[in-house]
Each structure stands twice: as structure tokens, then as C-alpha cells.
Design a protein around this ligand. Sequence first.
Ligand SMILES: *[C@@H]1O[C@H](CO)[C@@H](O)[C@H](O)[C@H]1NC(C)=O
Ligand SMILES: *[C@@H]1O[C@H](CO)[C@@H](O)[C@H](O)[C@H]1NC(C)=O
Ligand SMILES: *[C@@H]1O[C@H](CO)[C@@H](O)[C@H](O)[C@H]1NC(C)=O
Ligand SMILES: *[C@@H]1O[C@H](CO)[C@@H](O)[C@H](O)[C@H]1NC(C)=O
Length: 483
Amino acid sequence: MEKSVTFMIFQFLMVSTFVEGSQGVVRYNGMLNSTINVEAISIFPFTVTVDKSSEIFFSYSALDTSNASVASVLSNVYLKAALGDDSMAEIKGNFTFHLDTLLMSENFSINVEGKLPGRVTLFISIVEQTAGGQPLTVHGSEETLGQFPFKLLIEREERGIDKAFTIVVVFLVVIANIGMGCKVDLEVVKTELKRPIAPVIGLCSQFIIMPLIAFAFAYNLDLDPGIALGFFALGCSPGGSASNAYTHFLGGSVSLSVTMTLVSTIAALGLLPMWLFTLGQLVYKDGDVTIPFQNIVFSLIGIVVPVVIGLFLQRKFPKVAELAVKIVKYVMILFIIFVLTVGIYANVYIFYLVDGEVLLSAALLPYLGFIFGGIAAVVVGQKKPNIIAIAVETGIQNTGIPIVLLQVSLSGPDKDTAIVSPVISALFTPLPLVAIIIYVQGKAYLKRKREAGKRKAGDAYIDDGHEDVAGSSDEFLQKTTPA
Ligand SMILES: *[C@@H]1O[C@H](CO)[C@@H](O)[C@H](O)[C@H]1NC(C)=O
Ligand SMILES: *[C@@H]1O[C@H](CO)[C@@H](O)[C@H](O)[C@H]1NC(C)=O
Ligand SMILES: *[C@@H]1O[C@H](CO)[C@@H](O)[C@H](O)[C@H]1NC(C)=O
Ligand SMILES: *[C@@H]1O[C@H](CO)[C@@H](O)[C@H](O)[C@H]1NC(C)=O
């Protein structure tokens, strides 16, 4: 796409009469009617690479009815390149270009080095200068006569470590989902589904409330298109299995939580692409390509089918399924170690891309999910354990799904920026839950102590009947695994 920018010097001449006479500035003849064209020779949007310098070619040309007057105009302005955001990329070498008064048309190039994946605008401005070649400043700011935007995409070069990381993460998400299928107690799920109000409310909160909250943020905030799409996909994702452990500690209905996680994971197969296909396109409004739906649907099938394989194993080969559950436990420990070491090392850029808006939206999404999921459950008259289960389930997303889905489906900068929100959200999701758990468990502990004291050498404390869904190492896992 060629971008042509035209600046009418005539307009400027009308307003610049106040500079006459000062510091040797040439007085312009108000009869001039000149135009400077700046055109890109390189193809735009232009892709630059992180940590590599790319040369981008432009040309300018001046037009006028009288050659002599154009020459006098050209000797008094110059072109200057600047970036919309200096944290994303850097201009190397020359960034000012003086215009040739004889040729009145020339090619020039700008070297840009990427710093972070994403998008940045390269502005080429026409700046007025004094006869001494200094920028002319009026009231302390440079006199810019026109500013022309060119869009740059910044990509990360895929290193060996990035490929390895992607492969390992895909592998682990698949293994974890097989494990989920093997572990789910189908009898519990069947019983829960016989009283369908709670699971249906959970499903509605998960796939109507959450996507709409995510859309409201993504559409209204000024986010990079890749970050916005990743954030919206997070909002459309099914519940994570960490919700089961949190629900247990908060005294909610674990069997409802397990049921909702399974149901929403399978429902995501249809509902996640449905949302991306509709509101997702509005969220990705400034993107440079269309959302690759085919890739997304196939990747999603690849992620969700392992759950079904797990269910099948459990049905037909219960011994194998039992073994798989044990193996998955250890694989998940390796996963946590891997993500905390290699993962952080390979993806440090994520933290540099986090600004106030990204942080706010990614942290608030699960919190609003807890609140609105809870309200929906209260409105339909659910009992307290179900309210807790639905609230927790709605807020906790399976962040592995948008991360894997978008990393394998997207290309260009979006491949890297799409995972920013899911990662940040995964880090912030547990905070209020952990705080509440500490409060609830602490209060229960104190109560027990008081009662034990009253009873002196009375009966041993009898637990309030919550069955322990997971062994202690499993609880640790579920708490520390990205939801
Ligand atoms: C400048 O050029 C435009 C179109 O080329 C013309 O309409 C306009 O009258 C010109 N102005 C002067 C001051 O020559
Ligand atoms: C401007 O200069 C070019 C080449 O120097 C010439 O071909 C053209 O006729 C000139 N235009 C006018 C209006 O004098
Ligand atoms: C910078 O511009 C000057 C002339 O304006 C040119 O001689 C020099 O080669 C340029 N340097 C680079 C690195 O482009
Ligand atoms: C400027 O670049 C264009 C496109 O590459 C080329 O056709 C033209 O000859 C160049 N002009 C000069 C003066 O180098």
C-alpha cells in the first residue's frame, strides 16, 4: 500500500507572517502555492524486527507553478522523522533530511530498530528552520507544518528458545486436558446435570457475561490490536481447573465447579469461535489482517479433544486413566518450573508491554467475573455453595487456552502481543481468592480453637464435611498453575 501525503504550504504561509524579520528567517511571499509530497517507496505497513535495524525508503517531491518560489520554500523547511512511541522502536542514524532546492525531489531512507513487538507510527514532519539550519521555535515548540503517519509493525524474530517454548506449552496444555478428562468423576457430573439450573447459570456467566465485560474493555480502551484480541479471547475462554481447588477452600460446591469446568471446556469449541467471529472482529479493528478463523478452530479442536480422549480413557481403560492422572501431576510440576524459568526468560518482553490500561483490564476481568457470576447466581436463587462455585468458575479462566490458541494461530506482532493479557490476568486472578481463603480459613481455625478450649478435653473436632478433592500436592499445583 503506498501512502501519499500532501501538505499545502500555502496554508502555512497564511499563518507564518509573524516570524518575519527575526533571526534571519526568510520572509515568504504570500503568493506561493506549493505542495510537498512525501511518499513511501517501501511497502506499508512495513515490518521491522526487534533488535534489528531495517532501512525504510521514502521520497519527497515539491510542486509549484513557479520553480523559483519552490526553491525558496524548500530551503526553509526540512523533513524530520519521529516515532509515536519511543519505547517500541528507535530511529538509528539520520532523522532529519534537508530538501534539495535544485532537484526538488529525492529519495531518502530512515533506519528503524524494533525494541518490543507491536505497532508504532512513524511520523514524517515538515519543520520550518531558520537560515542557520536550526529548527524554528515559536513559544518554545518546533514549528511543524505538517505531520504524516506511516504504520510500522514490529515483530520478534523466532529464536530456537521461542519455538521450544511454544511446543512445550502446547504439549503441556494437551497433557493437562487429557488429565482433566481422566480425573473428572462422571457420576458427579451426571448428578449435577440432573439439576441443570446451576450449571446453566454458570455457562451463561462464562460465555455471556465474561465475553461482554471483555468486549466493553477491549473496545473502549486504547489497546494494541493484538493485545485487545488476546484479552477478548481470554474473556471468551472456558473455566480453568484451578477453580475446583479455590471453590473447595472457599466452601463452595466442588462437584458443581468440576461439572462447569468440563461443560464450559467442551462448549468453548463452538462458543469461543462464535464470539471471535462476531465481536472479536470489532475488537481487532486496527489489525492488519483478518482473524485467521480456520487456524483458530483447528487449534481449538486440538486443545479440547484431549479432554474427550481423557473421558474415553476413563470409561474404557480406567487403569490407564488412573496412571495418566498421576503422570499429569508430575508433568505439571515440571511445567511450573519450566514456565517460571525458561518461560519468563524467553518472554520478558511481556512485562515491558504492560501499561496502566493493560494491567487494569487484565486484573479486573476475573474480579468482575467473580462479582457478576455471584450476582447471577444470587438472582436465580441459588444456595451459598453454588453461588461460590459459580462466582469462582466465572472469574477463573483457563488462560492456557487463549495463549496456545493465539500463539499457534496468529502471525506477525499479534502472535506475541496476544498473550500479554492472559499472562497478566493469570498472575492477578488468585489475589482476592487467596486473601478470602486466608480470612475464611483463619476464622474457622480461631473458631475451632475457641470451641476446643470450651470443651477442654472434649470430643475431637469434626470437620464440616467437605470432601477433599485433591491431595495436598495437587492443591499446590492447582494454585500455582496458570488458571
Ligand atoms: C493554489 O492552487 C489551487 C489548485 O491548484 C488553486 O485552486 C488556488 O487558486 C491556488 N492558489 C493561489 C493563491 O494561487
Ligand atoms: C521548472 O524547472 C523545470 C526543470 O528545471 C522545467 O522543466 C520547468 O519547465 C520549470 N517550470 C516552470 C513553471 O518554469
Ligand atoms: C546522513 O545524512 C547525510 C546528508 O544529509 C549523509 O551524507 C549521510 O550519509 C547520512 N548518514 C546516514 C547514516 O544515512
Ligand atoms: C527513487 O526510488 C525509486 C523507486 O525505487 C526509483 O525508481 C528512482 O529512480 C529513485 N530516484 C532516485 C533519484 O534515486
